[in-house]
Design a protein around this ligand. Structure first.
Ligand SMILES: Nc1ncnc2c1ncn2[C@@H]1O[C@H](COP(=O)(O)OP(=O)(O)OP(=O)(O)O)[C@@H](O)[C@H]1O
Ligand SMILES: [Mg+2]
Length: 239
């Protein structure tokens, strides 16, 4: 079952249209991967779901509710967490402070429980609790950012390029953690990635976005093994 349904979406910023007639289903408890080159509109797709971009036409439903006219805070309250592409941890704050900040408005005991909960999912963070986030390695910082997004126990998590600038082996580790979270928490994941190969190996459904339009949708491994994948990826070949 699709927990998020994007239908005929045309969206962008101000007068600039970025996405054109995008249709996408995010399967509940699945890992849906959107790949595509720079500037294709991947971040804009996530911004559209979160109510950050301008929607000109089309609809977005979440759990059967239309969310495409709702403000961001309501969408986030409904259980969708967003891990933006840039600056998703506060470098000058400690790991512990970052986690606590991510859970503001929750009461004290709740915060304590949630910190324990995310530390059990990311035990590596425990020994860094009092270190400034800016001193963590790229991979550790990504783990912290995911842990922060989980502090509110979301049902769905939107991840924007969480492997950027990571060595392939670390990128794989971070993405495996995501698969693990899906298995352990029953989380639904929508992941947007430029490093297509690793994400496609782990994902279930995949979409290829080129110049604001969906060029392929289907099984992630099938996209990966598509004979025309590299041309499709670069947006040269039409199917
Ligand atoms: N806040 C904004 N205001 C105006 N235009 C924007 C804004 N954000 C992105 N754009 C434009 O929208 C287009 C798509 O950008 P988007 O960030 O969605 O691409 P992307 O696929 O995420 O690229 P990348 O792989 O580089 O992150 C680009 O032409 C970009 O310049
Ligand atoms: Mg982007």
């Amino acid at each position: 079952m699709a927990i998020i349904e994007v239908r005929n979406l045309i969206s962008g910023y101000g007068k600039l249209k970025v996405l054109f007639n995008v249709n996408l289903d995010v399967e509940e408890k699945g890992i849906t991967v959107v790949v595509g080159p720079n500037g294709a509109g991947k971040t804009t797709l996530l911004n559209s779901i979160m109510g950050i971009a301008t929607i000109y036409d089309g609809t977005i439903h979440y759990n059967g509710h239309k969310i495409s006219e709702l403000p961001t805070h309501k969408i986030s309250k409904m259980g969708i967490a967003y891990l933006p592409q840039m600056g998703n941890v506060f470098a000058d704050l400690t790991v512990n402070e970052n986690l606590r900040l991510a859970s503001y408005l929750l009461d004290k005991t709740e915060v304590r429980d949630r910190v324990d909960e995310v530390l059990s999912l990311f035990p590596v963070l425990e020994k860094f609790l009092n270190r400034r986030a800016g001193t963590l390695s790229g991979g550790e910082r990504r783990m912290l950012a995911i842990a922060m997004a989980l502090m509110r126990r979301p049902k769905v998590i939107l991840l924007d390029e969480i492997t950027t600038d990571l060595a392939p082996i670390i990128a794989k580790k971070v993405l495996r953690q995501v698969v693990d979270l899906r298995d352990k928490l029953g989380l639904t994941v929508l992941i947007v990635e430029q490093m297509a190969k690793i994400a496609l190996e782990l994902g279930n459904q995949a979409y290829l976005l080129v110049s604001g339009t969906i060029r392929y949708s289907g099984k992630a491994v099938e996209l990966l093994n598509h004979p025309d994948f590299s041309e499709l990826y670069l947006g040269i070949k039409k199917i």
